[in-house]
Design a protein around this ligand. Structure first.
Ligand code: SAM
Length: 204
């Protein structure tokens, strides 16, 4: 059941990939990326992960703004990654890897920051994803979670959503983060109902 659901979603994003950057949602997402960058705080020579990277637009923007940044984009859609690799003008500083957010193919403490824009709503196992994010972050590393938020409860939304997308309000984000050992540093509206939540992995 879960594997059917995941493969259906993968197919949906595979089909969307060739036109993704030409359609309105991507223009909207790029405006969000721009605003996100004003809140980003990175160490020197940062190594970052973009989870659910799609066509790689956010990583390209980060690589332009931080010339010493190295980045990895992960996505489960082979076609999204194909577009991201074709447009990658920062190789080998930026690389793209196929994988699932629920089971990251990276070692512990590998990244200074993890980004996740408009992808968390699709996850069937959000707690598992946050535990994976906490695992791959260095102590003191940051997680930038950007997604639509809502005043409704998660269960009201699941009931109303045939695609089983889920939106999380501030409190539910904080609860999920805390269960994964991440401290919430703050919430910021970026554009309309799109909320950035910044988490930190405690330093040892
Ligand atoms: C709406 S797109 C957003 C892409 C990009 N982050 C942006 O801001 O434009 C959502 C992305 O999440 C990816 N995705 C959804 N569920 C995933 C999962 N469980 N593991 C990895 N990628 C996933 C999709 O393939 C898609 O590329």
């Amino acid at each position: 059941m879960i594997s059917n659901f995941l493969s259906d979603k993968k197919q949906l994003f595979d089909r969307w990939a060739p036109s993704y950057d030409l359609l309105f949602p991507s223009v909207f997402y790029q405006a969000i990326h721009k605003r996100l960058l004003s809140k980003v705080d990175l160490p020197v020579q940062p190594n970052v992960l973009d989870l659910g990277c799609g066509t790689g637009r956010l990583l390209q923007r980060l690589a332009n703004q931080f010339p010493d940044l190295r980045g990895t984009g992960l996505d489960f859609s082979a076609q999204m990654l194909r577009v991201a690799r074709q447009r990658n003008c920062h190789h080998p500083r930026l690389i793209y890897v196929e994988g699932r957010a629920e089971s990251l193919p990276f070692t512990d403490g590998q990244f200074d920051a993890v980004f996740n824009t408009i992808s968390f709503l699709h996850y069937l196992e959000p707690q598992q994803v946050l535990c994976e994010v906490a695992r791959v972050l260095v102590p003191g590393g940051r997680f930038y979670l950007v997604d639509y938020t809502t005043s409704k409860t998660a269960s009201e939304l699941i009931a109303a959503s045939p695609a089983r997308i889920r939106f999380y309000n501030r409190e539910s984000r904080e609860i999920l983060g805390s269960a994964a050992g991440l401290l919430c540093l703050g919430h910021y509206y970026l554009l309309g109902p799109v909320l950035l939540t910044i988490f930190a992995k405690p330093s040892m």
